[in-house]
Design a protein around this ligand. Sequence first.
Ligand code: ATP
Ligand code: ZN
Ligand code: MG
Length: 402
Amino acid sequence: MVDQASATRILTFAPAVPIPDYLVGEVQSKLAYVDEAIENAQVTASGDRIELKLRQPANADRQAELQEKVQRVVISMAKGAFKPKIQVLEDHLDRPVPYHKDPMQELTSHGEISQEANGIFSLGPMLTRLIDYFESRFLELADSFGAAPYRFPTLIPAKYLERVNYFHAFPHSLTFATHLREDLDAIDHFAQNAACDEHGLNSPPESFAQVQALLSPAVCYHLYFSLADRPLPGGQIAATAVGNCFRYEAINLVSLERLWNFTMREIIFVGPKDYVLENREQGRQRMERILEEIGLAYRVESANDPFFIGEFRKQAAFQSAFQLKFEIRARLPFRDSTLAVGSYNYHQDFFGRSLNITLPDGSAAHTGCVAFGLERMAFAFLAQYGLNAENWPASVRDASGG
Ligand code: ATP
Ligand code: ZN
Ligand code: MG
């Protein structure tokens, strides 16, 4: 029973501990996973207020429960946190760009995007050509390392992800794949009764087999798994692949910026520490020239992976201390903010140890990758240059047939 007098859809309260400005975005993104009742969650820029918009009015007990869940996130992420030193490796944020609107509306009206569901988009010819052009540049970068081409499956076995601790670090964004059980009655029942309502498919959970595979959250894992439990052939490997990646980002799934299903091009290095670190750095420097030709306004700065709440503080501090991740953050002029379009990652010997990939001297291999989000590259470029190809840098216009 909802007590109408106190029931509300908007809940505003102060965080249990202050949320420092550098954590506002991280905390806000995690609030998406707190409760299904939450339609929208905002943390003020100063970090001193939290506002929840609920799907339905909640009574006092439910409000208290939601607040308690939110405070658990806040305390776990913000209490005792210290500010990471942001290291800026390149700053081209002030590169002049001609456009300053959100390209989503125009992309829709031009038939260039069609949204199938939250975080699921089809892309039209102009976006496809633009992405093909970016791909040609990424492949040129891959070639400069002699990276061997690979094709990886979209599915990834659960036991693989378990072996690299993925369930512990990123449980919130997993996407599971299943199928009907090999059972004539279950399949017949499904065939006769399956229908979708506003909540989705109505089939009983027991019709489905236990999860053995997930949809891949990243590309490079497949390479590491293919190298597991043996000496690394030749002592070092450079590889490249493009693939579908899946990250369920709940209410954060908006526009082309944050997709459930997106595509990533990776250039991957496996070998001794110096080999991986030198190539990651070379990759960054070569990419700097390519991004200049593309005309992108961006900066490269240190970052961390979006670990789930309990893991966040420790892991983020570790990544920052050892400079494990740098992001290419493109300017979004319409919002006066930035968006990661790619990252330069170093995993130390984490995968080498977890998967028993050994170097000739018997030690564990180190790994690193350079990863680009293809839809985000296109989105950020269009946010800076607009849809009219006449305003694009000549190199992009000529090569993408814009
Ligand atoms: P963010 O900080 O924006 O959540 P991330 O740090 O999780 O991104 P990485 O794991 O470094 O991203 O993935 C490499 C690239 O893949 C990102 O730089 C971005 O371009 C792209 N990417 C990651 N998540 C998404 C998503 N949900 N939708 C679209 N592209 C994505
Ligand atoms: Zn990778
Ligand atoms: Mg990030």
